[in-house]
Design a protein around this ligand. Structure first.
Ligand SMILES: *[C@@H]1O[C@H](CO)[C@@H](O)[C@H](O)[C@H]1NC(C)=O
Ligand SMILES: *[C@@H]1O[C@H](CO)[C@@H](O)[C@H](O)[C@H]1NC(C)=O
Length: 341
């Protein structure tokens, strides 16, 4: 005689195999999710404690490297950071553990954080960015801006230029209560992307409701530079994450990491976002959702000059992507020019 409980479990198991279509992307396991929730909780509680204890040291930029390969531009970043004491910056690296990334040493020494597997077109990229933000929030109360970059990103200006741009010219606008000076986040926030509806409906037509109605759904670039207040908003969030962590069934329109951050920040603090990113990317002639990837032969002083230029007179791009590893030597030869300002 079958135990009825066993039969029920067995039927449930069968229904998982046959009825529920299996999503093609990496699922976040319960232990991984619980691990993250504990980390984000610690960061949120620490933020509450830190409200009164204003940091006395100079504000720092936290550079958050998200990678699933070796950091081939580590020698270029080394030049970028050279001569600047850790008093003004911190580095954190989230390297996909299944990729066996070799630590490049130098300024990256000891800066690898507890990481988990990531995969394109899956919410694991959101989790990895949130892990970086939470770790950096907890690590140093002086971290005031958080710049997310990938292994394919290069700096377009010197560290001093970037630091001055971020901290010497506070942009009024942030509304969140804070004892810190008011700064804004540099994140693209757009509602006019092509195929926005397909991207919204990639998990099913009504799945995002009620938390995210279509008219609040936003698109933006995956890479951003956000304020401490906004890093806290991201780490605290559970409401939108519940939706964005769901698997897509339409994999052709599945880019959760390009929607989660702009949607969340534009809902929580629209005036605190500039609406543009500091990371230049070339979508001309993109293939399969990948932007143009620069090769060594394309690297020139003119390219650096062109990549810096934005459509606005008030800012210049600070980072650019994507660059293939063979660009390292030509970029190093241009280092004096790139970091001259
Ligand atoms: C962008 O990429 C295209 C090729 O896809 C290239 O022709 C163009 O020069 C690039 N633009 C810049 C500013 O590098
Ligand atoms: C600048 O604006 C033009 C026209 O709107 C657009 O085609 C181009 O992609 C923009 N460039 C950047 C770097 O945003």
């Amino acid at each position: 005689m079958f135990n009825p409980q066993f039969l029920l479990l067995f039927l449930l198991f069968l229904s998982f195999l046959f009825i529920i279509p299996s999503p093609k992307h990496l699922q976040i396991s319960l232990p991984d999710e619980l691990d993250d929730v504990a980390l984000f909780r610690r960061a949120t509680l620490a933020a509450l404690d830190a409200v009164s204890a204003k940091s006395k040291s100079s504000p720092k930029i936290a550079f958050l490297f998200l990678t699933n390969t070796d950091l081939h531009f580590a020698p270029l970043w080394e030049v970028f950071f050279r001569g600047h004491r850790r008093a003004l910056y911190n580095i954190y690296v989230h390297a996909d553990p299944s990729a066996a990334v070799s630590p490049p040493g130098g300024v990256f020494d000891g800066r690898f954080i507890a990481a988990k597997k990531t995969q394109r077109a899956s919410p694991t990229l959101i989790s990895a960015a949130r892990r970086l933000l939470a770790t950096a929030l907890l690590d140093d109360p002086a971290n005031s801006y958080f710049a997310l970059v990938s292994q394919h990103c290069i700096p377009l200006h010197s560290f001093t230029y970037m630091y001055d741009f971020l901290f010497r010219h506070p942009v009024p606008g942030a509304r969140l209560p804070s004892s810190l000076p008011l700064y804004r986040s540099f994140i693209e926030v757009s509602s006019i992307k092509p195929k926005l509806w397909d991207r919204y409906a990639a998990r099913g037509k009504d799945v995002m409701l009620p938390e995210v109605p279509f008219n609040r759904f936003r698109a933006g670039s995956q890479f951003f530079t956000v304020t401490r207040q906004h890093a806290e908003v991201v780490v605290r969030d559970r409401r939108l994450w519940r939706k964005f962590k769901l698997p897509c069934y339409n994999m052709n329109s599945c880019y959760p990491e390009e929607h989660y951050f702009p949607t969340l920040l534009s809902m929580e603090d629209p005036d605190g976002c500039t609406g543009y990113t500091l990371t230049r990317v070339n979508w001309t002639g993109s293939v399969g959702g990948h932007p143009h990837t620069y090769r060594a032969a394309e690297v020139s002083p003119l390219l650096i000059h062109q990549l810096r230029q934005s459509n606005s007179t008030t800012y210049s791009f600070m980072f650019a992507r994507k660059f293939s590893p063979d660009c390292l030597q030509p970029l190093l030869r241009l280092a004096n020019l790139i970091f001259a300002d």
